[in-house]
Design a protein around this ligand. Sequence first.
Ligand code: GDP
Ligand code: MG
Length: 705
Amino acid sequence: MIKIALTGNPNSGKTTVFNQLTGSSQYVGNWPGVTIEKKEGFLQGRKTVSLIDLPGIYSLSPYSLEEVVSRDYLLEEHPDAILNIVDASNLERNLFLTLQLIETGIPVVVALNMFDVVARRGDRIHTKRLGKWLGSTVVENAAIRREGLDSAADAAIQAGTHKATFEPLKIYSDEVEAALEKISSLLLDSVTSDQLRWYAVRIFERDEKTLGKLNLSAEKRLQIDELIKGVEAREADDSENIITYQRYEYISKIIADSVVKQQVGMSVSDKIDRIVTNRWLGLPIFALVMTLVYYLAISTIGTQMTDWVNDVLFGEIIPPAIENGLQALGTADWLQSLVLDGIVAGVGAVLGFLPQMMVLFLCLAILEDSGYMARIAFVMDRIFRKFGLSGKSFIPILIGTGCSVPGIMASRTIENEKDRRMTIITTSFMPCSAKLPIIALIASALFGGVWWVGPSAYFVGIAAIILSGIILKKSRMFSGDVSPFVMELPAYHWPSLRNVVVQTWDRLKAFVKKAGTIILVASAVIWFTSSFNWSLQMSDVSDSILASIGNFLKPLFVPLGWGDWKAVVAAISGLVAKENVVGTFGILYGFAEVAEDGAEIWDLLRESFTGLTAYSFLLFNLLCAPCFAAIGAIRREMNCARWTWFAVAYQTILAYVVSFMFYHLGSYIVYRQFTAMTGLAAAFLLVFVYLIVRRPSKRVARAAC
Ligand code: GDP
Ligand code: MG
């Protein structure tokens, strides 16, 4: 059994290599932080070779969670070899990690990935010379085109099976090397010869954690300390800086010797970036792109397909077929009703939006894989930073556009605890794919398909995140310095068909699976509670259990304009899964029955809403507490019940207040209606503005759990 660890900088293509070599389909994301946990798989066709995809890191100093995961794995699990995936188009930056990896004493094979980009630019890399400088095997490959991967895997297997005795690379100045030599001799009893170099360097850098682990005698510690102090005094710098500086010096020498840059002028990628990440144009372009995406999905291509699915498939084809089938079998009336009015109506209403979802997923996958979305984190960082927020928070938010659960999990990469909490709280404001049917339903059935409703939902999400960020950051629970945000921007490339299709397919599959499980059960429950009264007799909808629950809670929502019991229970059923909002409407407005006559199915729904109340309903559902799965993710990531409650309360109160303000101020603007509520809404607005513009709190609370 041979274990090969894949390591490299974020976005260097590790997961792409992993997927190609193991034949699996892990999520490939064009931004850092996508692989937070290590994944293991076997080399295709060879069950004796296992590959481990580690999180991307820039160095082995344990400052961030990814670094800790990767470093602990390498030092404690002792893989047989490291396959270091290097972004060859960014060699200088990537080699820093490579030098550290070589120091671990584990055999390293360097895979120069993205060689297609290097070749396109016309640069040349002398692989042999590079190999000599690094004392390791170097191979060229382009993972995205499956080029050179087999030789990379072979070289790693070779390195892992025939281990040569470890010879450290002498990369530091004579003086530092001499000091490392002496430290090594003091460590001889404590560590194995392979790891001697690693520990010597770490101790020279005064890594307290490593020092603590070794249990050295006080005398040895003193000797080591004097050694380091001596070097520091002569170099007039601290030891950690000395090491970093000398590594970069060594890298410069490598680059000068083995890389020939052809490039004159700017690459195409740089030219695109000049415009796309431009200080003034970046944001408007992003707004335009996302508007187009949601417009395409919700108001054009998606809608045409959805109309067919709703009117024909779930209108004329499936319900009559099932009805005939059930009648032929002679099933009881109640069972027919459960299947037709409950399950087909509820699940069908949700599945009707599958085409729109497909278009949205496809667009997002293309934007992401081409490298555009990574730029957005960059553009947003500039804006976020002005308000004391970090662009790093934007990555979980982008991921959350698919589903909040992985988005919330991605917040792990944020080191600063306060920023991480804030990101967890705000991530679910993004319209995740489960909210898409709600948006699409309201846009098409209640607003007649106007172009702006879909995109506006996306921007409401972003606005809620930015404004919440500003408000929360000013409170002492969240105040503090902004975390730094470093990110390699990968060169643009044509999206790979495989990545795009795999990602879209995975998401669609998850959606259909959910419709066949959670939504199906929820539909049965909604059907039951809407068909029976409290004495468990079949009754009219208006006397049903559900109606009485809805009517009981209705007063809470009357101030938001949609105090209709059906809307109230729909919103509440969304806690189980957001798709249920649409499913519940489907059942309560007799989706199956109406559809049978081929009538426009959502007409009845339209009668219970006005433009204002429909949008207020949308706002509330976009911003309020997410589904239970996402609340569960919040609970896990916060690791604290109090913070979870805070998050859910914050989201729900914000949703309530925003819908309230929208409805009452909107009513004033449209109908010139001024009531006490309008006054209250105006007062809320003032408080809101105050919270945004006030001075940040000077006091800094240690927001413990
Ligand atoms: P990871 O963060 O290291 O796991 O990197 P990923 O595997 O997620 O890849 C990051 C991005 O680089 C994705 O958009 C890939 O499609 C792209 N990519 C990966 N390998 C290559 C390659 O050889 N050439 C080019 N041009 N792009 C690649
Ligand atoms: Mg990855």
